[in-house]
Ligand binder design. Structure first.
Ligand code: UGY
Ligand code: MN
Length: 248
């Protein structure tokens, strides 16, 4: 809750949205029981070509379904749970992530109290002669952060393989206080972003917004974007981006 009644930093504009946790409202998600789901970004906003949601689980929660025409990426923000993906069982902990290709059965359960999942869902765009993607499970601690365009103070962890068969990528960007994106990026790819820690200032289109852990941002294709980390601690965010396909 905000101290000032009727105030929020949330803005939803045609080319970007900043959505802050004070206004998150859960909705029922087919296939998920005893779980709290908040759909932060989705195509019904008229713009996004993907969906980004957060799901909170407890010991008696479960979620099951089939990805169908979509591909899913799950990242464990907190806690732990089990995941049956296809015929294989996995135990996920904070920092684990999974990629689930289209037409794949999934089943989540046995969660620790307050387990929180971040989910990205996208319609898969096949590419002629590309390899088939398959289930992938990893942990962020196994992915080394690389300096972004040579800047040691702005490091990028690329969680998914940089291969043509993948039409999406999910990265974690960590900035030391004072570090910035090197330019105001303007690109064909769109982003869905969750601030994981720290704070800073995000330029979105021609506007500047203070942002902090828990904030969600959608950036449309060609939305000018820039970030500077501020404060005493590093700022980090995880973000989605569509990649490796020709524009329609
Ligand atoms: O991958 C990216 O486009 C990234 N540099 N964008 C961003 O952090 N807003
Ligand atoms: Mn970008």
């Amino acid at each position: 809750m905000n101290d000032l009644f009727g105030f929020t930093r949330t803005v939803v504009k045609p080319r970007y949205a900043l959505i802050t946790p004070d206004g998150f409202v859960p909705s029922a998600l087919p296939g998920w029981r005893n779980a709290v789901a908040v759909v932060n970004i989705s195509p019904v906003m008229n713009g996004p070509r993907f969906t980004q949601l957060q799901i909170t689980l407890d010991a008696n929660s479960s979620g099951a379904g089939n990805t169908g025409v979509l591909e899913h990426v799950y990242y464990v923000l907190a806690g732990n749970c089990s995941a049956k993906l296809g015929a294989k069982n996995f135990r996920l902990i904070t920092g684990s992530y999974v990629f689930i290709p289209p037409k794949t059965n999934f089943q989540f359960g046995n969660a620790g109290k307050g387990t929180r999942l971040l989910v990205f869902q996208k319609k898969f765009e096949p590419l002629a002669r590309a390899k088939k993607t398959s289930i992938l499970v990893g942990h962020e601690s196994d992915v080394k952060g690389q300096p972004f365009l040579g800047n040691e103070h702005a490091r990028l962890q690329v969680l998914l393989p940089d291969q043509p068969e993948f039409d999406l990528t999910v990265n974690i960007f960590t900035y030391q206080p004072g570090a910035t994106l090197p330019c105001v990026e303007t690109h064909v790819m769109e982003h869905g972003l969750l601030m994981l820690s720290g704070q800073g200032l995000y330029r979105l289109d021609a506007d500047y917004h203070p942002v902090t852990a828990g904030d969600v941002i959608w950036m449309a294709s060609y939305c000018p974007q820039w970030f500077v980390a501020m404060g005493q601690t590093p700022a980090s965010y995880i973000y989605y981006k569509d990649v490796n396909r020709a524009p329609q």
